[in-house]
Each structure stands twice: as structure tokens, then as C-alpha cells.
Unconditional design. Structure first.
Length: 527
């Protein structure tokens, strides 16, 4: 029952949040904080054995499959510097700062805290990037970083934790463990991606293909973890490959898959942000000896260290490689604005909390883990602080910096040219097929094929033309609106015939499916 209430409540808040100017993730966190103290609300404790293997894989999969492999490859250097270099740098700097800020906190435990709060969150970065309309290069870098950095942070956490509990971890051993996890995770992804894609393309039913699609992230993650490799990297590699080759799957699968994964991402993202807010009573309950003012002072200091540390890394990592003339020639001019946004967009999320809750209660020998409750509290306040302060201020900051807007005219022109080339190829293919007597069609049907092709080709060019002075619509918009009205009229007739028992429900579903496909083909998604 609590799980059903969590999912239903978070989905309702997320749906309502789309009607208000507050970013949905922040609204969910705020509501979670308030609801956590209502009478009768149970404690929702984050279980790392659920969050990491059950929530993280599908969220990573949907984010990676929607990403561009080609764009990520073009931004390999900044993505690697952030997802690996920055996470290790932040682990060390934040850990040392926590050691100096909190009296009595051992350095090994402080480094555990540093590893926990080091990685910006994939869900938070993707949610904010979608909403604020960042330039494509910045969005690609943030998404690429958030896809890979969890693997770095989890490995750094394991090394720091081994030292903290007395397992005698060394730097050499830590580097070796990181390399094994990284190379192993990528290797598992490379091994799985081709047979999984083959299976997807050879299943003949869309329902079976989409069932497989839902299983893929869990399979990739579990296989990698079984061989002590990075499940995060395995999921990302598989998702990037399958997303890059999604065109090889039939149209019915793509239509269903898009709808299914949008629903899954919506439910999981909503629940994840709500869960962050619901952790407050659990965290405060175990805070123990630390007074409110003292704990708040530590939390504020750590938040400032986390925020400043990212800028300390981002600007040198951005501009030092540009000392090379070849890099400058390849990437062109670069202002300070992009790195500033990347530096400010380091929101933390549920992965940091899940990792923190996986810290054991005791070290070897049975003694309590040093300051475990304080580490949980500081992780929670850092996550909330970055989500609220950076998440709220990021959209107005981007508007203030006045990044160049998308050139809609140029994008439409590129789309029109691509459609024109495709239409010419399709027309030539149709002419070749009609010369074969086995493909003979009555004239009206052949003309209908050409008419559909011509309509698809002309629709994009018409968006470049003038708008209707009365409605403000382009010719293409007016065509689509009228087409929708016609389809709606047909749909009403079909329903009326079903209600009058002239056709049965099975025939109604067949006819409606045909109209749905026609409507989907006629309307280009604009959101």
C-alpha cells in the first residue's frame, strides 16, 4: 500500500506541476518534505538494494537511448573530464574539506562522504536540461556526464569504504578496481548489445519486442554486476547502441516503445524526486548528538564546497585543452557562459542518497561506523541544496545569459532538404516497382501513393512560407488542424455505428487503429 500511495501521489503532483512555473522535480521534493511529517505517513527509507539495481537501470536506459551517440562521441573529451576526472577530484577535495570542517570525522569516513556527493544526478540533469532548452552542446555534455559518472562514484565509494571499515584499501588497488569495473562494464555492454539488437529485430510481435525492451536494462546491469563490472556502464553502452539503431526495428515497436518508456520514465522520475523529500524524518531521526545549529553550519559549509569545487574543475578542464591550436580550430570560439552553466548545473540526486544508505552500521571489529548518521544528513542537505538553489536559479540564469536561440528557419530548411532527398528516392523506388507486372496497381491507387509522398515532401517546405494573417498558422498547421477535424468526424461515426450495433467492438478497434496511425503520421511532435 505505501508503494502504491508513493507512485500515485508523486504522479499526481508531477502532473499538477506541469501547470505551474516551478520545476517539477523541485515541486516533488518540496511536497515530499511536507508530506513526510503528516500523521500516518510511513517512513520511506531508501534501500540501496532496490534503488541501484531496480530504479537506476531503467532511468539510465531511457536517458541513454534518447541521447545521441554521435553527439556524445563528438564531446568525448569534456564528458570524460567531467564524468571521471571531476568525480575523482570532487571526492578528494570534498572529502578533505569535510575532514577539516567536522571535528573528529576520520579522513577515511570523510572520503566516503566525498564519493557519495561527488556525482551529479542523471535524472536531475536530464529533467532540467529538457525544461530550460539549453544549447545542444551543453545538453549533450551534461547528459553524457550524468550517464557515466555514477560508475566512477560507486567505484570510488567502494574504495573509500574499504579503507574506512578497515579492509586495507590502497591507491593502487583502488585504481585497479576502477579499471576492472570500467573496462568490464563497457565489455559486458559490447558483448550484449549485438545479440540483444538481433533479438529485437527478429521478434515478430511488437508486444514481445517491448517486453524485451523493458527487461534489457535489468539484464545488462545484473550481468555486469555478477562479474564485478560496472552495471551502469553496461546499461549505457547497450542503450546507446540500441538507440542508435532503433530505425531497424519496425514502426509498431517504435510507436509502442516510445509510449511505454515515456510512461516508465515519468513514473520513476516522479517517485525518485518524491522519495528524496520523504527521507527527511529518517535522516533527522538518526542525527543524534549534533545540535541543529551545528549540523546546519556543517551542511552549509559542505554545500558551498561542493558548488565551488565544480567551478574549480570546470573552467581549467574547459580552457586548458584549448591551448592546443588543433582543439581551438576544431571547436571554434568558446565563451565563459557555457562552462558557467555546466558548473552551476551540478544537481545531486537519489543515487547519492542510495549510496549513503548503503554505508554499513559497523566497521570490522564491531565498532560503529564513524559519524554515519551525520554523513547521511550531510548527503541529504547537499542533495536538497543543489536541487533547490541550483535547480530554481538555473532557468532564469540561462535566460539572463541570453544564449543564442535555436535557428528554427535553418532547422526547418535542413529537415525539408532531408525530406526532399528521401522523397526522390521513394519516388524512384515506386517507379521501379510499378514496372514489374507483379506490382500492377490501378491508376487511382498508384496516384494515391504519389499523392501521399508529395504531401509529405511539401509539408515541411510549407512551414517556411507565410502564415495565415487571421489565425497566425502556417499552411502546414492549418492542414493538420483540418485533417484532425476530419479524422475526429470519422471517429465519431465509427463509435456511433458501434453503439448502434452495426459494427462490433473488434471492428471498431481496427478502424480506430487505422485512424490513429494516420493521425500519428500527419502530426509532427512539437514538444
Amino acid at each position: 500500500m505505501p508503494l502504491l500511495l508513493l507512485v500515485a501521489g508523486s504522479a499526481a503532483v508531477a502532473a499538477a506541476g506541469r501547470r505551474v512555473p516551478v520545476p517539477v522535480p523541485l515541486l516533488l521534493v518540496a511536497v515530499g518534505l511536507v508530506v513526510s511529517y503528516l500523521p500516518g505517513v510511513p517512513d520511506y527509507t531508501l534501500d540501496p538494494h532496490i534503488v541501484l539495481p531496480l530504479l537506476l537501470p531503467p532511468l539510465l536506459y531511457t536517458a541513454a537511448s534518447d541521447s545521441s551517440y554521435l553527439d556524445l562521441r563528438a564531446q568525448t573529451r569534456p564528458v570524460a573530464l567531467l564524468s571521471v576526472g571531476y568525480v575523482l577530484f570532487a571526492t578528494f577535495i570534498v572529502g578533505c574539506a569535510a575532514y577539516l570542517i567536522v571535528p573528529g570525522l576520520p579522513l577515511t569516513a570523510a572520503l566516503v562522504l566525498g564519493a557519495v556527493v561527488a556525482p551529479p544526478d542523471a535524472v536531475a540533469a536530464t529533467a532540467v536540461a529538457r525544461r530550460v532548452g539549453l544549447p545542444s552542446r551543453i545538453t549533450t555534455i551534461l547528459q553524457g556526464e550524468s550517464l557515466v559518472n555514477d560508475a566512477t562514484a560507486i567505484t570510488a565509494f567502494k574504495v573509500a569504504l574499504a579503507a574506512a571499515v578497515g579492509e586495507g584499501a590502497t591507491w593502487a588497488g583502488g585504481i585497479g578496481e576502477f579499471l576492472i569495473a570500467a573496462v568490464g562494464g563497457v565489455g559486458v555492454g559490447l558483448v550484449l548489445m549485438v545479440p540483444l539488437h538481433w533479438l529485437r529485430t527478429h521478434l515478430r510481435e511488437a508486444l514481445l519486442q517491448n517486453t524485451l525492451s523493458l527487461l534489457i536494462p535489468f539484464v545488462a546491469y545484473a550481468v555486469a554486476e555478477q562479474v564485478y563490472a560496472s552495471g551502469v556502464l553496461a546499461v549505457v553502452v547497450v542503450a546507446l547502441y540500441l538507440g542508435h539503431r532503433a530505425w531497424e526495428v519496425d514502426f509498431a515497436t517504435r510507436l509502442q516503445e516510445e509510449a511505454v518508456w515515456k510512461m516508465v520514465a515519468f513514473v520513476l522520475e516522479s517517485a525518485v524526486f518524491a522519495l528524496i523529500g520523504l527521507q527527511l524524518p529518517v535522516v533527522l531521526k538518526g542525527l543524534g548528538e549534533y545540535e541543529g545549529v551545528e549540523a546546519a553550519r556543517y551542511a552549509l559549509a559542505l554545500f558551498l564546497v561542493v558548488a565551488v569545487t565544480r567551478f574549480v574543475w570546470v573552467y581549467p578542464a574547459t580552457f586548458l585543452p584549448r591551448l592546443s591550436a588543433r582543439v581551438r580550430a576544431r571547436e571554434g570560439d568558446l565563451s565563459w557562459k557555457g562552462p558557467f552553466v555546466i558548473g552551476w548545473a551540478g544537481m545531486r540526486g537519489v543515487v547519492s542518497l542510495a549510496i549513503a544508505f548503503s554505508i554499513p552500521l559497523t566497521v570490522h571489529g564491531g565498532a560503529p561506523f564513524p559519524e554515519r548518521n551525520l554523513i547521511l544528513f550531510l548527503t541529504f542537505t547537499t542533495v536538497i541544496g543543489t536541487l533547490v538553489v541550483q535547480g530554481v536559479s538555473l532557468p532564469p540564469l540561462i535566460r539572463l545569459l541570453k544564449f543564442p536561440a535555436h535557428d528554427v528557419q535553418a532547422e526547418t530548411l535542413a529537415e525539408a532538404n532531408a525530406q526532399a532527398q528521401a522523397s526522390r528516392a521513394a519516388e524512384q523506388r515506386l517507379d521501379d516497382l510499378l514496372t514489374d507486372e507483379r506490382n500492377a496497381l490501378p491508376g487511382p491507387l498508384a496516384d494515391r501513393l504519389r499523392t501521399v509522398l508529395e504531401r509529405r515532401r511539401n509539408a515541411v517546405w510549407e512551414r517556411l512560407g507565410q502564415v495565415n494573417p487571421v489565425t497566425g498558422e502556417t499552411v502546414d498547421d492549418t492542414y493538420r488542424r483540418l485533417s484532425r477535424e476530419m479524422i475526429s468526424a470519422e471517429r465519431d461515426v465509427f463509435v456511433r455505428l458501434r453503439d448502434g450495433r452495426y459494427i462490433d467492438d473488434e471492428m471498431l478497434r481496427t478502424l480506430l487503429r487505422r485512424l490513429d496511425l494516420e493521425e500519428a503520421a500527419a502530426y509532427r511532435e512539437t514538444t
